[in-house]
Design a protein around this ligand. Structure first.
Ligand code: ADP
Ligand code: FRU
Length: 323
């Protein structure tokens, strides 16, 4: 009986003391069609780009890429990185899978949808200042359900990060599920609140260790400055949480709710000038987690590393030159 076998396997796995060395990113992977232009196009004009590439994008997918680069950089070979999300079954999706594999990112648990189309973004990078303008479209790829998430084998994970997407009620169920499974609280949970989506506010009430809060979401909460955001969010979340806010060219701040100390880091302007800011926030997030989890850094050191690595990312195209 498959059901009984599943239950048996689950029990055996839970009693096994596996090494918790895997960091999981839950969220989106999409196709980014990137064009670098000498200047931002006029509406209804026709200009030639100076560079074009297909990249594997999506926040959780970019987080995995950046973290993997950093683990390789510091020879942290004990760690593994996994991406978990939904993936369609078409030509661009094959490109994403190939790229995950080439980067050594685990994807054995992804949920495939035969009839769906791969979500895609057209990204225009302005070579004058590295700004990235994104037009994103998801025709019909469903978001992840807690039912799929609950099938993961949780004793592998050191940490699980959730990208705050539109499936907030499912994400909340996933977080509650981890807490219920992981009674010894060995798994760290982090979440990214990036977009101005009302339902994301619900996550502020949840049992989450680290909140990454970005400017668009801060605006939705009516916070106008970095200071207002840090203090306002810290008051709303649980008393042991860390709140971390990347703030573009102003760098980042973070607060540890246990002692209420606020830490700051400037941004680090790349020597080559700002070439490509696509995924700067995703890189900051991964480098900060890398500092906290793999290097045992304190909060201040971790956000400084986050800003240094994100700055290096802005100085070159893509994610291959993070240090
Ligand atoms: P997003 O990609 O989500 O818009 P942000 O703009 O908040 O992310 O940037 C994330 C981090 O990237 C910042 O904290 C900063 O350290 C770095 N960063 C962003 N823009 C620049 C820039 N122009 N120069 C140097 N660092 C930058
Ligand atoms: C960058 C990014 C892109 C993707 C878009 C989705 O943070 O993840 O790679 O196209 O955002 O909103």
């Amino acid at each position: 009986d498959t059901n009984l076998l599943d239950i048996y396997c689950e029990e055996v796995m839970e009693t096994m003391d596996e090494k918790r060395n895997r960091i999981l990113f839950v969220g989106l992977s999409c196709l980014d069609m990137v064009y670098v232009c000498n200047h931002f196009p006029e509406e209804d004009s026709d200009q030639r780009a100076v560079y074009n590439a297909w990249r594997r994008g999506g926040n959780a997918s970019n987080n995995s890429t950046a973290l993997m680069q950093l683990l390789k950089w510091k020879s942290c070979h004990d760690y593994e990185v996994e991406f978990f999300g939904t993936i369609a079954h078409d030509f661009p999706s094959d490109f994403l899978i190939k790229d995950f594999n080439e980067n050594g990112i685990k994807i054995e648990n992804i949920v495939r949808y035969e009839e769906s189309q791969c979500p895609a973004s057209t990204v225009i990078i302005n070579a004058e200042n590295g700004s990235r303008t994104i037009v994103h479209f998801n025709k019909n790829l469903p978001e992840l359900k807690c039912e799929s998430f609950s099938k993961l084998c949780f004793n592998k994970y050191k940490a699980i990060h959730f990208e705050g997407l539109r499936n907030v009620s499912e994400i909340r169920k996933m977080i509650a599920y981890v807490r219920q499974k992981d009674l010894k609280r060995e798994i760290k949970i982090s979440v990214e609140l990036e977009r101005a989506v009302d339902s994301l506010k619900d996550l502020l009430n949840d049992d989450i260790d680290i909140f990454f809060v970005e400017r668009e979401f801060a605006k939705l909460m009516n916070y106008n400055t970095l200071e207002e955001t840090i203090n306002g969010i810290a008051e709303r979340v649980q008393p042991n949480a860390l709140v971390i806010c990347p703030w573009g060219e102003s760098g980042a701040q973070a607060i540890d709710n246990t002692d209420k100390r606020i830490h700051s880091s400037p941004a680090f302007t790349p020597k080559t000038g700002v070439q490509d800011t696509l995924g700067a926030g995703d890189t900051f997030l991964s480098a900060t987690l890398f500092g906290l989890y793999a290097l045992n850094y304190g909060l201040k050191e971790a956000i400084v590393l986050g800003c240094q690595v994100a700055g290096a990312k802005c100085g070159a195209l893509g994610f291959q030159h993070l240090h």
